[in-house]
Each structure stands twice: as C-alpha cells, then as structure tokens.
Design a protein around this ligand. Sequence first.
Ligand code: INI
Length: 154
Amino acid sequence: MIKEIKGQLTAGKARYAIVISRFNEFITSKLLGGAIDCLQRHGASDEQITVVWVPGSIEITVAARKLAQSGTYQAVICLGAVIRGQTGHYDAVCQQVSRGIGQVNYETGVPTIFGVLTCDTIEQAVERAGTKLGNAGANAAISAMEMANLMEQI
Ligand code: INI
C-alpha cells in the first residue's frame, strides 16, 4: 500500500508567528484580521499566536528568519502588500521579499508562508484583502496550519 501523508487543516497545538508589514496598513490590517480569524476558527488560542509588526515588506524577511530560528514557532506567516502604483522600486521590493522568504524556508526548515500581495493597483489589493477574491491572509493561515501539521508527521 502506498504511504500517503497529508497535513490536516487544524491549528493543533502549533505556535504561529505572523509577521505583518505596516506599509499599506489599510490593506495589511485586513490580511492580519483574516489570518487571525482563520487560525482561531481552526482551534488556535491567543497563546498560540504571536504578531510581529515591521515597517515594510522588505523588513519581513529578517524578522521571519529570527522567529523561524527561535525554535518557538511551527510556522511563520508573512503578510504585506506591495503596490506598483505607488513606487518606482516595486520590482525590487517584490524580488527582495519573495527571495528572502524563500531563503528562510530553505535555511530554517520552518514553514514560512508567503502572504505578501504584489499588485498593480490598490483596487487589486482590496480585492484580495477581504472582498471579491477572498482574503490572502486567511489563505496564508490555511497553508501555515497544513504545513505545521505535515511537518509534524514527516
Ligand atoms: N513596502 C511595502 O510593504 N509595500 C510597498 O508597496 C512599498 N513601496 O511602495 O515602496 C514598500 N516600501 C517600503 C519597503 O518595504 C521598506 O520598508 C523601505 O524601503 C525601508 O527599508
């Protein structure tokens, strides 16, 4: 029989760190609300959730790395919003944060979830922050729970 391992969608007893960017706080606060609500509705208590604020998406990586290395958390959820309309260095910010979060996964072995919106317009960001296209923070929380549970089983 083939052995199959799947992560369950439950918070379990895992501890979750959420790194949240203050830049575009109008959007990111909605992502944070979505992530916390999702974790709580899957059984997480307040003691299982730690929220860490950073100034902008570029700073997410350094905080996520330290949280992942601490050994305290079974998953780190990274939330931010990079919006092209406002910046000439959109591509640089996107590249730094996506590469950085990828490296944290690789270096630490702690699931570090990419919940950073990269949008051309504010409207696109609003659509992904609790309106037409759901809430990217809640989606990131789902991935975090699945991965925390999966890693416990492997
Ligand atoms: N940070 C974001 O999270 N989103 C953005 O859209 C953004 N823009 O537009 O520039 C942004 N810039 C700030 C950056 O993340 C750093 O905080 C800053 O460069 C200081 O290191």
